[in-house]
Design a protein around this ligand. Structure first.
Ligand SMILES: Nc1ncnc2c1ncn2[C@@H]1O[C@H](COP(=O)(O)OP(=O)(O)OP(=O)(O)O)[C@@H](O)[C@H]1O
Ligand SMILES: [Mg+2]
Length: 255
């Protein structure tokens, strides 16, 4: 597609706002015989405000790639730059501060704190980040995901889909520059899944949030600007989802 350069600066140009730069990233996890070489030379640039759908077979490294982007796993080698910050070489404390300031994470397993209510799960990280309006903000975000009537429930008292929605509210509440989400609609029925997608894309529309979303849901993937397909720890294919062909996801990324 020919782009009008006055509206769309080249995504890889020196002046373009780039949210993520991965260069030749290698990642191995586990020890001894259980050590697995997971990411094998992954290079990927994502523009600020871009929505990228990450697809690929089970075990191809999608969740691991999100962990590297979010600063939760350290690459063995290669360069990782997120929100203008080079993550390679940051201390654990600096990485934690970086995550708190810039990254929202929706995990594949929700990672809610079982001894905290839905409201506390969303509000406490905001409080720790120094927000004086933590509980008001958390309450508003939970209402936005349709859980205004479940604020005082503990995770064990919520359905899987409700827990997923708390996890999405928690990730969006600090208004992060980058949101990484691992199967955010995986446990949800279609209507609620649609509502969650709308929230993720509304956050992008309102605040320019960069979205990196692992999904098997082609409906969600179609709403992204680009799809990237991983296989066996490397990028096998990628394709722009152009406005002119919203229903035609190239076979190279769906096959
Ligand atoms: N901590 C770990 N130690 C050793 N191997 C790991 C570890 N975490 C993940 N792996 C292995 O790395 C590979 C990639 O895992 P990953 O979770 O990134 O896959 P995925 O693409 O997200 O799969 P799925 O679609 O099933 O969630 C898998 O083979 C997995 O078994
Ligand atoms: Mg996964």
């Amino acid at each position: 597609m020919q782009r009008d350069s006055s509206c769309f600066p080249a995504a890889d140009g020196p002046d373009a706002a780039t949210a993520v730069r991965l260069s030749d990233v290698e990642l191995s996890l586990g020890s001894g015989a259980a050590r697995v070489h997971i990411l094998k030379g992954v290079s990927l640039n994502i523009g600020a405000g871009e929505a990228v759908g990450l697809v690929g077979p089970s075990g191809s490294g999608k969740s691991s790639l999100l962990m590297v982007l979010a600063g939760l796993e350290r690459a063995d080698s290669g360069e990782v730059e997120v929100a203008g910050q080079r993550l390679t070489g940051l201390s654990e404390d600096a990485l934690a501060r970086f995550r708190g300031r810039h990254v929202g994470i929706v995990f594949q397993a929700f990672h809610l704190i079982p001894t905290m209510t839905a409201l506390e799960n969303v509000a406490v990280p905001l409080e720790l980040a120094g927000r004086s309006d933590a509980f008001e903000r958390a309450s508003a975000e939970l209402k936005a995901v349709g859980l205004g009537h479940r604020l005082d429930h503990y995770p064990a008292q919520l359905s899987g889909g409700e827990q997923q929605r708390v996890a999405v509210a928690r990730a969006l509440a600090p208004e992060p520059a980058i949101l990484v989400a691992d199967e955010p609609t995986g446990n949800l029925d279609e209507a609620i899944g649609q509502q969650i997608m709308d929230l993720l894309f509304a956050s992008r529309a309102a605040r320019g949030t960069t979205l990196v979303i692992v999904t098997h849901d082609l409906g969600l993937a179609r709403r992204c600007d680009r799809m990237v397909r991983l296989r066996s720890g490397h990028i096998e294919a990628e394709a722009a989802m152009t406005a002119t062909a919203p229903d035609a996801i190239p076979e190279t990324v769906t096959a």
